[in-house]
Design a protein around this ligand. Sequence first.
Ligand code: FAD
Length: 469
Amino acid sequence: MSQNSPSGILPLDAADFGGSVPVLVIGGGGCGLCAALSAKENGAEVLVLERDASALGTTAMSTGLIPAPDSRFMREKGLSDSPEQFAADIMKKTKGQTDPDMALHLAREGAPTVEWLADVHGVPLSVVDSFQYPGHSAKRMHGTPNRTGGELMGALHQAIERNSIDIITDAPTTHLFADETGRVHGARITRPDGTTEDIGCDTAILACCGFAGSREMLQEYIPEIMEATFFGHPGNKGDAIRWGRALGADIADIHSFQGHGGLAYGQGVPILWAHIILGGFQVNAEGKRFSNEARGYSEQATDIVAQPGRFAWSIFDQRIHDAMKEFDDYQDAIKADCIRHAETAEELVRITGLPDALKATVADVDAFNRGEGKDSFGRDFSIGKPLTPPYKAVKVSGALFHTQGGMTVDKDGRVLRADKSALPNLFAGGGAARGISGPSNWGYLAGNGLLPATVFGRLAGRAAALQVR
Ligand SMILES: Cc1cc2nc3c(=O)[nH]c(=O)nc-3n(C[C@H](O)[C@H](O)[C@H](O)COP(=O)(O)OP(=O)(O)OC[C@H]3O[C@@H](n4cnc5c(N)ncnc54)[C@H](O)[C@@H]3O)c2cc1C
């Protein structure tokens, strides 16, 4: 940002536009590429600006799973679900602290978006029916064959190429040009060598995610996650939120984020939460459990950060290990030698270096699984299956993946002011917009990242195209 404009907003007379496009998309992650595809198919020329040398973003780091209740993929497998049922899950996870209309809207748009990605743009999606994520009342997650965001981004890039859409890379947008009504007239990119270029636009879509890559903003809004391992996209510096605020946008749930309680310690490989859902548990350096791990992986991040040494061990068994092999991330964990093996509880103590208390914890979990005793953390052990030796163990840290607070938008992704009036030609989606996870990390339900990224990408791209037409 230039010194004369800490907000990143410049007046129109400072611009020197070399050209102009009807729809300008800032950020080339999942949201940005969906927005560009949608704008183009709705008849508008579109340009994507991406700060990095490759347009990948957090989306490429993700597992790439998108919830889509009652999609044709689910119906083909006989899985029953409805948008209303999904919206109820979202409201329950957030303890009612998110916008119910937006939750239902996104739930309703999940299936049309997943089917659009698959049928119109050739993204190879299928439903994950091997396990159900915590907080979801149906198996409604959809992913690419190896369940990776890299595959998802690869398929989106192929569609971008087929549609002859231009992406300018190494092009961080540093400023927006706007007038006193809040209308955005273009953007300035500042190249790595310091040269600048100004590009005009009729509409702009902010798809440059949140502020997980900004230590300053994290310190200000989410200090409790500062000690966690950062495993998100470092280029997401909160630019969209800064610009939006300066233009008068309503910013909501700024303290909200997606954490993760299962990042392989020191190795940066996420361990799929299925290892907990299917019956695994976590202990701290004292060999003791410290929370109800099954509530969700996001809130478990801060619970781990609060433990001695800021780490935990995940304990599960061979059955769970085998079930997770369909996921590339888990194959990466195996290849990276993160997963330790123990024939007995005694051996678990030896390989983890944890105190003997671990054996008592294993015995307690066994008893809970047999329906004996009550877990003091309130976990319902009847959902998973009892663990049977041999065991598997992995040391993990709590991680920050991405932030969930941002600009309030309407159902088309149009950015709103506090009085609910819309800014003239500005749209936002994905991590740049307010999510549906409530005010903190405990409201994050698996899929709350890519659902708003893909749905608002599709809807904002279409609305921006219709506006310029
Ligand atoms: C390990 C991991 C696993 C995850 N798994 C899932 C999952 O399975 N399901 C799910 O729903 N969510 C998941 N998430 C969350 C999900 O990845 C994000 O919510 C989602 O990718 C956000 O998409 P986006 O397009 O808004 O942001 P991004 O994909 O981060 O894209 C933003 C882009 O904007 C660019 N950019 C930033 N600033 C500028 C600027 N000033 N100018 C130009 N470009 C800029 C960035 O370089 C980036 O390419 C996961 C996250 C992680 C880290």
